[in-house]
Design a protein around this ligand. Structure first.
Ligand code: G3P
Ligand code: MG
Length: 243
């Protein structure tokens, strides 16, 4: 049997805008709707535990306050992040495994914790060889370099909100298989150039299905989407493409 094509639609921050972001409930919702891939953000707690959260501070997505990096596990896991505590990275990956979801783990270190965050994430992956297929990504070159050294066999993508002059050489040095680009950066010429360099391109963050159709038409390999329901016909068609 042919290997299934990789998913093209990634539910952003777990359940996109249909669930509290970076929660297990969001991941469950994405799976229930028929998505085959989810993206979520991982940062270290003050105790050094990798947890799902986007911001360096707790206020926007939990009922807590202060910096994630200075909040220990006892305090962090007592918080409400939308009907549940902030999930541990390992819980989220295991859940993805149960649902057969590809997990795009965005390593999102608090400033100054780049090396440590990637090291702890890699250590958990090595300790558990977590069941789900994993794709790592990060805006942090340091984090990507650590992942390359620690878990070299697992694929990495470089997240970019702007294209630095040295992106070609850096992509090669970091051994990434893809660029995950802000939508505003994606042009047909850039996607072609990346293809020539052996790099897939994925784009974040989409709100409208028509844009996804355009992006796939110019060779983009995947998209991160927020309103999961609006992309449903396409995301389900993507699923049925399994060979
Ligand atoms: O990984 C794609 C996207 O999640 C990057 O931006 O800020 O939503 O983590 P952000
Ligand atoms: Mg993210």
């Amino acid at each position: 049997m042919l290997a299934p094509p990789p998913p093209r639609y990634f539910a952003h921050r777990g359940g996109g805008t249909l669930a509290p972001e970076n929660t297990l409930a969001g991941i469950r919702l994405a799976a229930r709707l028929g998505y085959r891939a989810v993206e979520f953000d991982v940062m270290l707690s003050g105790s050094g535990t990798p947890v799902l959260i986007h911001d360096e501070t707790l206020e926007r997505t939990t009922n807590g306050s202060g910096a994630v990096a200075t909040t220990d596990d006892a305090a962090l896991f007592a918080l409400d992040a939308g009907g549940e505590p902030p999930p541990r990275f390992a819980q989220a990956v295991r859940l993805c495994g149960e649902f057969g979801l590809l997990a795009n783990v965005e390593v999102k270190p608090a400033s100054g914790f780049e090396r440590q965050t990637a090291q702890r994430v890699a250590a958990e992956v090595r300790a558990d060889w977590l069941a789900s297929p994993l794709l790592f990504s990060s805006f942090s070159r340091t984090a990507l370099q650590v992942l390359q050294a620690e878990i070299p066999d697992l694929p990495r993508a470089w997240l970019l909100a702007a294209l630095p002059d040295d992106w070609r050489a850096e992509a090669r040095r970091l051994g990434v298989v893809a660029l995950h680009l802000d939508l505003a950066l994606v042009t047909p010429a850039l996607v072609r150039e990346c293809a020539g360099l052996g790099l897939a391109v994925r784009a974040y963050t989409l709100q409208t299905p028509a844009l996804a159709d355009y992006l796939f038409g110019i060779g983009v390999a995947g998209v991160f989407v927020d309103p999961l329901d609006r992309f449903l016909p396409q995301a389900l068609a993507d699923r049925s493409a399994i060979g």
